[in-house]
Design a protein around this ligand. Structure first.
Ligand code: NAD
Ligand code: MG
Length: 391
């Protein structure tokens, strides 16, 4: 029986993780779980999965949670210390890092320091603090299993091979809802258009990131750290059907890929049960039922955010953290109707232009770079109309 902690149990990845646990009660037990805001759902999950520890992001929510779960035997905790207590709970072997954004940095670092293996969904962790986390993982001798479907595909395609023999990692991207939208129409696309992802059902932030392809940019940076490959060896192919989840090309000309029906339960289950496999309920893949698999090179004019991510990776140091922070602010501003779709990339670029990359030697410094990026992007967001006029 593997005991797990889920950071972000009420999110899209958290809920899928709980589905797998529920299907395999003989294999997994949820010992700790944490949530941000959705207290009713969190209370239902606690009732069903009976963790020892439940932590909420805001301590002020603890009384409400106690009320919802009166008489239930669980230790409630909250705030950053509470999230860390859940992440380091005794007996827990693996922590599923499924908080969205930079908020996951501190609890995930605490889990690694406590010797827990990590199933990593929270891609912003490696984007903002890749070298620090990889050092931490090595120092504490824990394993880091990718949950992101592309990285799980690479992980599965790389097993048993020498990294020296890799020519390229090819990450696939669906291209999102605007893959074929005429460029001149992109100025008018709505929030609803952008949330309408063709293949994957995910949280709101990552769905917008998929539309702009910043998600793929973040994944390029994530791959650079997870697999220790330089940026020039990481390519992106648009593959609208999302059947091939990513590929690895080797020096002998062989390409190894992982395929499957697009459903996050498959990569989550593999991270939880590695090296074994468990059933997931993901519909089997019948290639004869598909009209075809197609591939395209991404157009950086259409998807400037992908170019910004390669730029952030090339400049390195604090730049990816600042880019990530600016992206979070820009996506939020778009989702609340304050900026247009095309202004997302412009706002990120302006924030990056205003930043001078510097070395980051601690998680506190990463968080400071993150805060700088947020403040600067928020200030620039206030001048979006001027941005428009001058661009
Ligand atoms: P989501 O928004 O659905 O869920 C996020 C979870 O984190 C929720 O439980 C929320 O309550 C919690 N949370 C949010 N802000 C918090 C804060 N400040 N402090 C503590 N907890 C907080 O997001 P998601 O789609 O499940 O994605 C989670 C992570 O996994 C993201 O980093 C995303 O990029 C990555 N990811 C998601 C998918 C997917 O299919 N959803 C695929 C690959 C990678
Ligand atoms: Mg992905």
């Amino acid at each position: 029986m593997k005991q797990i902690a889920i950071l972000g149990s009420t999110g899209s990845i958290g809920v899928s993780t709980l589905d797998i646990v529920a299907a395999h009660p003989d294999k997994f037990r949820v010992t700790a779980m944490t949530a941000g805001r959705n207290l009713e759902l969190f209370a239902d999950q606690i009732r069903q999965f009976r963790p020892d520890i439940a932590a909420v992001a805001d301590e002020k929510d603890i009384p409400r949670l106690r009320e919802l779960l009166a008489g239930h035997p669980v230790t409630f905790t909250g705030g950053i210390d509470g999230l860390c207590a859940a992440a380091t709970a005794p007996g827990v072997e693996m922590v599923v890092a499924a908080i969205v954004g930079a908020a996951g940095l501190v609890p995930t670092a605490a889990a690694i320091r406590a010797g827990k293996d990590i199933a990593l969904a929270n891609k912003e962790i490696l984007v903002t603090a890749g070298h620090l986390f990889m050092e931490l993982v090595a120092r504490h001798k824990v394993r880091l299993y990718p949950v992101d479907s592309e990285h799980s595909a690479v992980f599965q395609s790389i097993e048993g091979h020498r990294s020296d023999d890799i020519v390229r990692i090819i990450l696939t991207a669906s291209g999102g809802p605007f893959r074929e939208t005429p460029l001149e129409k992109l100025e008018q696309v709505t929030i609803q258009d952008a949330l309408n992802h063709p293949n994957w059902s995910m949280g709101r932030k990552i769905t917008i990131d998929s539309a702009t392809m910043m998600n793929k940019g973040l994944e390029v940076i994530e791959a650079r750290w997870l697999f220790d490959v330089p940026p020039e060896k990481i390519a992106v192919n648009i593959h609208p059907q999302s059947i091939i989840h990513s590929m690895v090309e080797y020096i002998d000309g062989c390409v190894i890929a992982q395929l499957g029906t697009p459903d996050m339960k498959a990569p989550i289950a593999y991270a939880l049960s590695y090296p074994e496999r468990v059933s997931t309920g993901v519909p089997p893949l019948d290639l004869t039922e598909l009209a075809g698999l197609t591939f395209f090179k991404p157009d950086l004019l259409r998807f400037p955010c992908l170019g910004l991510a390669y730029r952030a990776l090339a400049e390195g140091e604090s730049m990816p953290a600042v880019m990530n922070a600016a992206n979070e602010v820009a996506v939020e501003a778009f989702l609340s109707g304050r900026i247009s779709y095309l202004q997302i990339a412009r706002l990120i670029e302006r924030t990056m232009d205003a930043h001078r990359a510097h070395r980051l030697t601690s998680i506190e410094e990463v968080l400071a770079a993150d805060q700088w990026g947020r403040r600067t992007a928020a200030d620039l967001c206030g001048t979006c109309a001027t941005m428009e006029a001058s661009s």
